[in-house]
Ligand binder design. Structure first.
Ligand code: COS
Length: 379
């Protein structure tokens, strides 16, 4: 497959690179320390067209393809994984559900605001007792005439509290299992919706991960996304794209860690020479560079298949699995190369290590990715 980027993709990547160098990197350590949600960067991403990168121009977006979006996530994650996951959630599982499954009216209502970054998107599937087993959700939506009554709760919801709209998965018929799950668009200001516990996380400081509580929330029928019972398939198909996004996030973090380790190894002198001249360090750097290259190929391959409208579930799982495992290895080795300096908060590599870990967990653990890949091998 040819990964030579077209003019639009190259221009977009250059624009993102400048934004990352000038505005994201200088803020990243501050965001990590203060743990403040980076609203200024999000507004700026809205002005640059990044919040609507995958939305057609007819709905106020930039109208770029999926690979362009993935390139943007990779670059932003190189600067700040926190900022990248906000954009990734907003796009892959916050905005694309409406673009792919929404009615014309739903698209007109939400997409322009999401594209400008005036509204942030989020996705609410996970519950306290439903993680990997996604079809075991107990949040219920009961039809009553022209509306549904939503009760229950969600856990670990990225962008919660800042999102203007949530794609919520709820059971409309428990007896039907995954075929009784339905998706809804829930406006953040709807009465009965409240934001619960905010999680304190190992990494991604400054991102928001909270509980959602639903108490007799009234959702009009026109806010149902797709048909009753289609919710599980909608969620699964969205997660396929989301997983490529998480892979790109992992890749960006790993790239940053590699660059930091390489630069340090060229400056750090021990035994009268820069440590990059020792074969022990060279082998580590060579392995890191090779892992990055392999991850990049898997991610661009999966994103290109998505852009072309070809099947890509297996490739998305492979990309996410490989890139996130590579990110853990590369960030761990980066800390090792910086030695005790790398273990301190004065250097960035310990942040990269903390930020990388979640990429092996969210949007489907790497154990789930292996199950999914194995299922495809049987077909
Ligand atoms: N796209 C479209 N449809 C899909 C799909 C996909 N990627 N994956 C599965 N489906 C469909 C299947 O075809 C099946 O439909 P039929 O019954 O009509 O054949 C249906 O969905 C159920 O699929 P399956 O039997 O594989 O579902 P399981 O309950 O066994 O669950 C896993 C499968 C484990 C893969 C799923 O629960 C999962 O992805 N878990 C991880 C959840 C996750 O990623 N959470 C992250 C938090 S959200 S940010």
């Amino acid at each position: 497959m040819d990964f030579s980027l077209n003019e639009d993709q190259l221009m977009m990547r250059k624009m993102v690179l400048d934004f990352v160098e000038e505005e994201v990197i200088p803020q990243a350590m501050i965001i990590d320390k203060t743990q403040e949600f980076p609203l200024t960067l999000i507004r700026k991403m809205g002005q640059l067209g990044l919040m609507g990168i995958s939305i057609p121009e007819a709905f106020g977006g930039s109208g770029l393809d999926f690979l362009s979006y993935i390139l943007a996530i990779e670059e932003i994650a190189r600067g700040s994984a926190t900022t990248a996951i906000i954009l990734e959630t907003h796009t892959s599982i916050g905005t694309l559900p409406i673009l792919y499954f929404g009615t014309e009216e739903q698209k007109r209502k939400y997409l322009p605001k999401l594209a400008r970054g005036e509204m942030i998107g989020a996705f609410a599937l996970t519950e306290s007792n439903s993680g990997s087993d996604a079809s075991s959700i107990v949040t219920s939506a009961e039809r009553r005439g022209d509306h549904y009554i939503l009760n229950g709760g969600k856990r670990f919801i990225t962008n919660a509290g800042y999102a203007g709209v949530y794609t919520v998965l709820a059971s409309t018929n428990r007896a039907l299992g995954n075929k009784g799950i339905t998706a809804f668009l829930l406006d953040a200001n709807t009465s009965g919706l409240s934001i619960g516990k905010a999680e304190e996380q190992m990494g991604l400081h400054g991102s928001s991960t909270c509980e959602l509580i639903f108490e007799d929330v009234i959702i009009p029928v026109e806010n149902r996304l797709g048909e009753e019972g289609q919710g599980f398939k909608i969620a699964m198909s969205l997660l396929d794209g989301g997983r490529i996004g998480v892979g790109a996030q992992a890749l960006g973090i790993a790239q940053a860690a590699f660059e930091a380790a390489l630069a340090y190894s060229q400056e750090r002198v021990q035994f009268k020479k820069a440590i990059c001249n020792f074969q022990g360090i060279q082998f580590m750097l060579a392995d890191m560079a090779t892992q990055l290259e392999a991850a990049r190929f898997l991610i661009y391959h999966a994103a290109t298949l998505q852009s072309l409208g070809l099947p890509y579930s297996k490739e998305a799982s492979m990309a996410k699995l490989f890139a996130s495992d590579a990110a853990m290895k590369v960030t761990t080795d980066a800390v090792q190369i910086l030695g005790v300096y790398g273990y301190t908060r004065e250097y960035k590599v310990e942040r990269y290590l903390r930020d990388a870990k979640i990429t092996q967990i969210y949007e489907g653990t790497n154990q789930i990715q292996r199950i999914l890949i194995a299922k495809h091998l049987r077909k």
